[in-house]
Design a protein around this ligand. Sequence first.
Ligand code: SF4
Ligand code: SF4
Ligand code: SF4
Length: 328
Amino acid sequence: MLRRCPVAVTALASFGLFAPYASAQDGAPQALSLDDLDALESQDSTSLLDLTAAQVVELIPLLLFFTLAFVSFFKKNTYLKYATLVYAVVYMGLMKANLVSLVHVFRILDGSFPILKYSMPWYLLMAVAIISTFLWGRFYCGRICAFGALTQLMDRVLPKRLRVEIPARYDRKAAALKYVILTGAVGYFLLTNDPYIYKYIEPFWMFTLSGSTVMWIMLAALLLLTVFVRNFYCRYLCSVGALLGLMSFASVFRIKRWSLCNSCKLCERACEWGAIKGPKISVTECVRCDDCEILYNDKERCAHWLLATRAERRIKPIPAVPPSTPIC
Ligand code: SF4
Ligand code: SF4
Ligand code: SF4
């Protein structure tokens, strides 16, 4: 099974978390020969303790990153959120190229999971991505994914006047495209057992700096589009985001809304993911970025709180006038 599956063979090639990118040369992932594979499998005799010690170097910064991501999420702290996004781009992206990819989806479909003792960071990333999605929705997209973090940081620093808002009816149709791409990619893999389709539909290889000229040109075009349309790839094209969006239907803890959200458009305008339409938040599009939740709790800006405060002032009894102090 392991020998026949190119996903498993390629993963074993580097013991990396995101093996196909880690082993790519000029954008072309390289598989091991069967002799190489036999040699790698023979290393199974190494003790679990030794292997765990060897992976601690990988696990510590990863655990620190997840801690920062969760603290920023629960505290709803904007500074910590941007610190998390920078960490995601630098560490998860440029240093490790650790992103959940279609390759991970193919692995799960194929049942060819990496060997635990060699791949603890892989399991940790997958556990965080899957469990957090079932709890809060696309938390992975909003905090962990290096490419999503990059586009969020772009949105933060680029001038707002460059933005083009896609009309809602086109936005919804375009958002459906990522589900078509996901279905096509999974169907292609099931028919051909060829996992390398991911290269043509994901830009995550950019963090390895190892694409071909054509791939770099396509990436430049994608990033240029992102300058004008916020999170273009994530909103319309990402098959991983589509899958996490579908899983989010089962999420437990969702963002609350006030009845006034029906008419107040503050959060809708603030959402850079196009996930808010009137009073509703689309769980498939929301990435739990905090922007609307911060507004929801803001007693100085949220229409619900402003009206509640005004109503409270109206029914409060007029305070008794303090006795005047004698003037000498
Ligand atoms: S939509 Fe895709 S690229 Fe964007 S943050 Fe999610 S997984 Fe990453
Ligand atoms: S600012 Fe308050 S009332 Fe307005 S949409 Fe956001 S949560 Fe709703
Ligand atoms: S602003 Fe709110 S609805 Fe939009 S992505 Fe962020 S958390 Fe989700």
